[in-house]
Design a protein. Structure first.
Lengths: 161, 102
């Protein structure tokens, strides 16, 4: 049951991302991407990471994508907000690289018979928090400093002059 | 859950290559390039979470959490820079920013 759900959600993620990267308007791309991120958050939940799933919905689909939407709507990118579509000459290097990546992945996955998996294990929130605040305490400090620097940098870039 | 790990990794790889294709195909537009970077970072997060679930260790989830923090910092700076560039030249096309003069 969970495996079927995983494959359905994977299809949703891939289709949403495919529509997002080929959208004609940036706002539509953002909305497709939010759909894709919701499905990805459900995949995280299935993989036994409820906390990461919640953060994905709150921060990614909630905050970051809304920030993108605000900036796109603030910028007035012409009337209507249609992006100039990339020409075919823009697409072919991307297609070549995507084909090479996917072909190499398929070759690796088909060539090597995977070991019988014992199935995924749940990581409880208690274990997560214990590891986060004991072994990775310094990393938390560094991340908070990085967020502060980003805040100061964004204020500096965004000020009127 | 009885999905083998390499199926999740294949999904992450396809997602990553889609993000890479988005960055390369839309290299004339700053906002779509940022969206491609978001897709790639999400693929990396999926790999981390899948590894964490496979081996039952919380480290992968912690690193995906740090990736979220890093991404929010990166996006706030990058979008501030997009607003700054748009204020200077009224455009988000990368071809308009070809002069090295400060």
């Amino acid at each position: 049951m969970e495996a079927i759900l995983f494959y359905i959600l994977a299809a949703v993620v891939l289709i949403g991302t495919m529509f997002a990267i080929t959208a004609r308007q940036a706002v539509r791309a953002i909305v497709y991407l939010v759909t894709s991120f919701f499905a990805l958050a459900l995949i995280f939940y299935l993989l036994g990471a409820p906390l990461v799933a919640a953060f994905e919905v709150i921060i990614y689909a909630g905050a970051i994508m809304v920030l993108f939407l605000f900036v796109i709507m603030m910028l007035q990118l012409g009337q209507p907000e249609k992006l100039p579509v990339p020409r075919l000459s823009d697409w072919w290097p991307a297609l070549v690289l995507m084909t090479v990546l996917m072909a190499s992945i398929v070759v690796i996955a088909a060539g090597k018979q995977p070991a019988p998996v014992p199935g995924f294990q749940q990581v409880t929130v208690r274990e997560f928090a214990l590891a986060l605040f004991t072994r990775f305490g310094v990393a938390i400090e560094i991340i908070s400093m990085q967020l502060l620097f980003a805040l100061v940098g964004a204020l500096y870039l965004g000020r009127r002059r | 859950m009885s999905v083998p790990l390499y199926h999740v990794v294949i999904l992450a790889a396809i997602l990553f290559s889609m993000g890479l294709g988005c960055v390369i195909a839309w290299r004339a537009n700053v906002i779509m390039m940022l969206i491609g970077i978001e897709i790639m970072l999400n693929a990396v997060m999926l790999t981390f979470v899948a590894g964490s679930a496979q081996w039952g260790i919380a480290d992968g989830q912690i690193f995906s959490l740090m990736l979220i923090a890093l991404t929010s910092a990166e996006v706030s700076l990058a979008l501030a820079m997009v607003v700054y560039l748009h204020r200077r030249k009224q455009s988000v096309n990368t071809d308009d920013f070809d002069s090295m003069k400060g």
